[in-house]
Design a protein around this ligand. Sequence first.
Ligand code: NAD
Length: 260
Amino acid sequence: KHTLENKVAIVTGAASGIGKAAALRLAKSGAKLALIDLKEENAATVKKEIENDGGEAIVLDTDVSNPQEVEASIQEVVERWGSLDFVFANAGINGRVAPIEDLTADDWDQTLTTNLKSTFLTVKFAIPHMKNHGGSIVITSSINGNRTFSGFGMSAYSSSKAGQMAFGKMAALELAEYQIRVNIICPGAIKTNIGENTFSDQNNLNKVEIPIEYPEGNQPLEHGAGSPEQVADLIHFLASDESSHITGTELYIDGAESLL
Ligand code: NAD
């Protein structure tokens, strides 16, 4: 029942959606949770929920695309709990949804920095603290990393998600000698708040299909989208020793959406 007793876990994007559900799931299993997010207040309610359930958590107000902040926050986790066993590099945004010719260089940078550079930084600064004893890292990519499922206008997002897949595989190879496993999850549509942070304007709305509404029946297995809790169960499995021989893989969790 308490498969993660005394393990120390970092979850980025822990204030909402997939990250929040994963944090709650890991804490239920005995892990100590470092909740990293920009939305400090929302993260604080996740911390409360964990503590009310008898668990332990801290909130670290961190922009995952900022190297100094990521390094300092991971340092703080290790100083507090003396170890680091599991890292869930999950924070991300849809970014601006627009046709390529309308997308600005700044739009591109924002999406790639928030989703891909952040993944590199989170893994980079975790490595020194996991090298001696091994551990597990999971990166949230998307089925969009292979092709775009959600309509046009997501070239930057899809590129960032494809980059995360490539980075995750390189990291798995490079870190195998330290017994650090690295896996990539590829969710299909999951019911979260991610659409709220999607930047688009009226002109673009007329030109592209905005993937904010998840149409009923877009996944063969579900009537609609999956839930963050379903993803959290996969994260728990990948954090635990039950997945001890799984590394460098892309795990699809999409109700077969990617087969359509
Ligand atoms: P969400 O918006 O509910 O949660 C994302 C969290 O990340 C938010 O709390 C946000 O504050 C945080 N965040 C954003 N930028 C940040 C930054 N710079 N620093 C720190 N925190 C930051 O969205 P979600 O759907 O739970 O998304 C989680 C991950 O899942 C993302 O990487 C997303 O691309 C991926 N994903 C989502 C879906 C889906 O359908 N919801 C599908 C495939 C992949």
